[in-house]
Ligand binder design. Structure first.
Ligand code: ZN
Length: 509
């Protein structure tokens, strides 16, 4: 073999290794990042910020300023750059309030101009009063969950991403807002006095109260603000498998609101209100740190998805209507009415399977009605095949095409043959679906036919199908086309509350 050939082969081998390694590196970076986001770090931040010495971190008060100081020290120790005015970490604004901002510059020559902001408010209500507390007033409200938990999550994510020198394509800004409790003043100030071009901000991830995870349940707000945003969140949830409750409504109750009103896509993660909300009892010992770790890891994976995506979706105006009206969501959630059954009877399974099925009702003008089937009669054979169970009968009805010959036994036991054509198309898969323009690369299951392959596999109404045989599709039309090419079996991946589930469907059994 000539030297040149040997050289070419070596170069090719090296290129392959590098390509694989590139994906492997990104994957390695992600899992390394996830593993390094530690409970100890989260505990340390939450313990400091929710300590009485910070006097409930009221905006513009010494406790609030001390908290800002603590956060800046941490960000500096991670080697991050400031993202405030003149590259500093602090963005002062009215009445001695201060936003704290840091950034991890992107590496891609073009995409690094685009910015992903991930943030949390660090202020709380101080000693509490009639306007901001459920009481008792006058006691330090340490705000361990609201929102030392969110700040701890963002700080740990910032530390890990900075330490890993994670080669993210887009720039990530870590933002710690002041004045949220008094009226979202910090985030409002930054979105009206941004320290980066606002039109370059492609998404804002808001962590507010992530400290009380119960039953793996996380409320996710804002994903309808951009096409395919839910898909990016669900994908980021592959490892943590949290139960994500995707909300349509979006209130002006936390720092995502000023971004949303500036037409910037937003995602807010929240583990739910509780009895200690805005009370002096919102304390450290009530936090679920494993829960904070899991939500923070999900956040970090979402940052990876957003910072490295080829292209990010634009803001979706329709989400503004959806945010304030339940109507659209209710319509989307409403399952399709059951179609007229193909045969037009209801039946009871006979105890003795050899006796077939017993007709318990016949729909007027249905194929069964027109063929003269009556209540109390039994169907014992289907195209000469004995009916051995309710299931086998269901499958016959679902898959039948053309003319069917039934053996029918009357109440006296006399048998006769009845021929008929069933209504509608054979049901090979057994799902009906609807499109959702906010998530074009998925379809929503609106009906599952009993005993159909989809039903037997475990697909449920409201599941979002997002892959066929492990491959995504770009639209409902492409999904339908793919379904049409399936022969004996297919695998469907569904997004059910943010968890991806795979189902194997056997089509002709
Ligand atoms: Zn809060």
């Amino acid at each position: 073999m000539t030297t040149i050939l040997r050289l070419i082969r070596f170069a090719f081998f090296f290129a392959c290794c590098y390509a694989v390694n590139a994906g492997a590196v990104e994957l390695a970076t992600r899992s390394a990042a996830r593993n390094r986001l530690a409970v100890d770090g989260l505990k340390a931040h939450a313990a400091v910020l929710s300590d009485d010495t910070f006097e409930g971190r009221e905006a513009g008060k010494r406790g609030g300023r001390a908290a800002a100081g603590y956060i800046i020290d941490k960000l500096k120790s991670y080697g991050l750059h400031g993202a405030g005015p003149e590259g500093g970490f602090l963005q002062p604004f009215d009445r001695e309030r201060n936003n704290v901002l840091a950034q991890l510059p992107g590496t891609d020559p073009e995409l690094r101009e685009e910015i992903i902001v991930v943030g949390a408010h660090y202020d709380h209500v101080g000693y509490g009063n009639a306007r901001n507390s459920y009481g008792p007033y006058g006691y330090i409200h340490n705000g361990a969950d609201d929102n030392a938990s969110g700040v701890a999550g963002v700080l740990e994510a910032a530390r890990v991403l900075a330490e890993l020198k994670a080669p993210l394509k887009r720039t990530v800004v870590f933002a710690f807002w002041d004045g949220e409790e008094a009226g979202l003043f910090g985030s409002k100030h930054w979105t009206t006095h941004p320290t980066a071009h606002l039109h370059n901000v492609k998404c804002f991830i808001n962590l507010d109260m992530i400290g009380r995870l119960r039953n793996d349940f996380v409320e996710v707000f804002g994903t309808r603000s951009a096409e395919g945003l839910r898909k990016l969140v669900t994908d980021a949830n592959r490892d943590e498998q949290l139960v994500l409750d995707y909300k349509w409504e979006l209130r002006d109750d936390s720092d995502h609101a000023p971004f949303f009103h500036k037409n910037i896509p937003v995602v807010m993660l929240h583990t739910g209100k509780h009895a200690d909300y805005h009370r002096p009892s919102d304390d450290l010992e009530k936090l679920n740190f494993e829960g904070i770790q899991r939500v923070s890891r999900l956040t970090m994976d979402l940052v990876f998805n957003l910072a490295d995506a080829e292209k990010l979706p634009e803001f979706r105006q329709l989400s503004k209507q959806e945010a304030v009206s339940e109507a659209a969501r209710k319509a989307m959630d409403r399952p399709f009415a059951a179609p007229p059954s193909r045969l037009g009877i209801s039946w009871r399974e006979e105890a003795d399977e050899s006796k077939g099925i017993l007709i318990s009702s016949v729909q007027y003008n249905s194929p069964a009605n027109k063929a003269g089937l009556r209540i109390g009669e039994r169907i014992t054979k289907w195209n000469d095949a004995p009916i051995t169970s309710d299931e086998s009968f269901q499958k016959f009805v679902l898959l039948a095409t053309g003319t069917v010959r039934l053996e029918v036994a009357d109440r006296a036991g006399a048998t006769r043959e009845a021929s008929l054509e069933l209504r509608g198309e054979p049901i090979r898969v057994g799902v009906s679906w609807a499109e959702d323009d906010a998530e074009p690369a998925s379809v929503i299951v609106k009906r599952v036919v009993a005993q159909s392959p989809a039903d037997r596999a475990g697909v449920l109404v409201a599941d979002r199908i997002c892959e066929v045989d492990g491959a995504p599709f770009a639209s409902a039309a492409e999904f339908e086309e793919r379904l049409g090419t399936m022969e004996d079996e297919l695998a469907l991946t569904v997004d059910r509350n943010g968890i991806l589930l795979k189902f194997k469907l056997k089509l002709n059994e």
